[in-house]
Design a protein around this ligand. Sequence first.
Ligand code: ATP
Length: 237
Amino acid sequence: MALLELSDVSVHYGRIGALSGISLTVEEGEIVTLIGANGAGKTTTMRAISGIRPLSGGKITFDGEDITKLRADLRVVRGISQAPEGRGVFPGMTVLENLDMGAYARKDRKNLAEDFERVFTLFPRLGERKSQVGGTMSGGEQQMVAIGRALMARPRLLLLDEPSMGLAPQFIQQIFRIITEINQQGTTVLLVEQNAQQALSRAHRAYVLETGSISKTGTGPELLADPSVKEAYLGVA
Ligand code: ATP
């Protein structure tokens, strides 16, 4: 049984269809990546999974349970946690406070210290800046805070929307290395990326989204070698 399964999921914004019946699965332990051009529906897919956007059709199951109509905050309690696109850190809160917000849905607050340590080990920069407010941090640092905050919920499934967006090349490498590390520590990852080269080389499997439909799926290496993927997403003719 897949950890996450989307069956024929559609999402509309008013009368505009953003997703028209997509189906995908994420197995426990995997890194699955979703690639696609601007406006293809990647962020909408993440919002449908985290519960921010209602479906106009189809079904989502998590760990065998139908969560299609479950409230977003209760999905966090079940184990789905999202680091949103555009980072979304609380600008007036310190790094520590931002991270603590990520743990709000946790019942086992006694292990919190351990999780702060895990985040500071993955992102030493955050450990050095615990009391800096989010709004004054650089773009790359804010991205670290957003991922760290999502990890504080101890998710079974971590949703990452464009984690490399706006980062300098050396930060991009680092963020992908950290994503692999998070996965190796036992967290399943669904990743949306425009940086297809990096994302596909880190992913176990991937899906290509084109104007609201899945046009292709395969293992990371299969899609990296696919001529049409190369041409459209890897900048190789
Ligand atoms: P990008 O890579 O540019 O972030 P994306 O693949 O994440 O794109 P989405 O943000 O999911 O794409 O958007 C899918 C479609 O839905 C687009 O055509 C977009 O214009 C439309 N859309 C997204 N949000 C809204 C909204 N709030 N109201 C109306 N249309 C929307």
